[in-house]
Design a protein around this ligand. Structure first.
Ligand code: SF4
Length: 227
């Protein structure tokens, strides 16, 4: 079995696993091409590796007692068959396991979910709007299957939607609220879309957008997160 391919590493963060001090392992490779992606260098599966997994594992061993958790992010971590073994090795060091995923591989997610203590799942849009954002036809169905798995497993989670009025209209946000509530999700973070070469800056005052305000009122835990 090949080792996990790593495209980047953050040795210390207070923002990537709620309430815990964590390191973040950025896994190489993602099948989607979202218009606002901030990690284009992580998209090619065979892109250059920033770290070799055995070396990184040794570094994490030296962080025992200093960090609480290790978050696997990307790219899309579940793309890699080596993810489960990497998680087991990190868990054996005593760290909590975090996972950032866009949820496009529910079967692979199901295999690693028992190892995960907290997951941040990207919910990019209501089902019908997924192709517009990801460039992939029917991309949303798999994501909502992943969400069902997460809710059924009872694992601690956060749903994160990156928002820009050019991406998701008030009607899209209303549909998103309907679809998430129908599954029983009660935690949503709406995060400001940061400008990239293909996405413009979000207009000031976005927190007061009517669609955003209505969406906020539908969730027990709702957070607006600046980009
Ligand atoms: S799923 Fe995430 S990593 Fe993949 S293209 Fe979209 S934003 Fe980038």
């Amino acid at each position: 079995m090949p080792s996990l391919r790593i495209g980047g590493f953050t040795p210390f963060t207070t923002t990537d696993y709620p309430g815990l001090l964590a390191a973040v392992v950025f896994c190489q490779g993602c099948p989607w091409r979202c218009t606002y992606c901030h990690n284009p260098h992580l998209l090619p599966v065979e892109g250059p590796e920033s770290h070799v997994w055995p070396d990184l594992l040794r570094f994490l061993e030296s962080r025992r007692g200093l960090l609480d958790a290790v978050v696997f992010s990307g790219g899309e971590p579940t793309l890699q068959g080596a993810l489960a073994d990497a998680m087991r090795a990190v868990k054996a060091l005593g760290f909590r396991i975090g996972l950032h995923s866009a949820g496009m591989y529910p079967d692979r997610l199901a295999r690693v979910l028992p190892l995960v203590d907290w997951i941040g799942l990207d919910i990019k849009a209501p089902r019908a709007a997924y192709p517009r954002i990801t460039g992939v036809p029917a991309a949303g169905a798999a994501v909502f299957d992943s969400l069902r798995l997460i809710l059924g497993a009872g694992v601690d989670y956060e749903l994160r939607c990156t928002w820009h009025p050019d991406l998701l209209s008030a009607a899209d946000l209303a549909s998103l609220g309907d679809e998430l509530q129908a599954l029983g999700a009660d935690r949503l973070v709406l995060q400001e879309c940061r400008p990239t070469g293909r996405a413009s800056a979000i207009p000031p005052g976005w927190h007061d957008d009517d669609g955003v305000t209505k969406l906020a009122g539908r969730f027990r835990h709702f957070t607006l997160r600046p980009g």
